[in-house]
Design a protein. Structure first.
Length: 149
């Protein structure tokens, strides 16, 4: 195990500025080439301390923007029309990309990876789908899957 300093938040590992122990291959093949981490050294520790200060200000701004967007999303209802077969099952499914497209048509740009849809929707009905806008801000939106006429 080697120690690295995270430059960005890495899911299931840690947050920006944390010193974590990881397998050498994970650090060498994933974290370091993608510039998500630095090896631990005195110079890098000072650099990370400076980055933490700058990141704290940036995170506060990002959270404020995410909360504003969350208020807009709370009022949005995504209506998606799909062709259906026997027993109201869909031909195909509704995915996070479909939800992102409907939101984009309403003037709200959301990256499809932020839409936390565990499995594609395969039935008609109303669903609550969480959208993770920020580490601390997750907003559910209403998604209605209706029969296409």
């Amino acid at each position: 195990m080697i120690e690295v300093i995270l430059k960005e938040d890495v899911e299931h590992l840690g947050h920006r500025g944390d010193i974590v122990k990881v397998a050498p291959g994970f650090a060498r093949n994933y974290l370091l080439p993608r510039k998500l981490a630095l090896q631990v050294s005195e110079g890098n520790k000072r650099q990370i301390q400076h980055m933490k200060k700058v990141a704290a200000v940036r995170a506060a701004e990002e959270r404020a923007v995410a909360e504003q967007l969350g208020q807009r999303l709370a009022a949005v209802v995504c209506v998606i029309a799909r062709k259906v077969g026997e027993k109201a099952t869909l031909y195909g499914s509704v995915t996070s990309a479909d939800i992102a497209d409907v939101l984009a048509a309403q003037g709200i740009e959301i990256d499809r990876r932020k839409i936390q849809l565990p499995d594609p929707i395969k039935h008609l009905g109303d669903f609550q789908v969480p959208i993770k806008l920020h580490r601390d801000v997750t907003v559910p939106i209403a998604v209605q899957v209706v029969k296409d006429e």
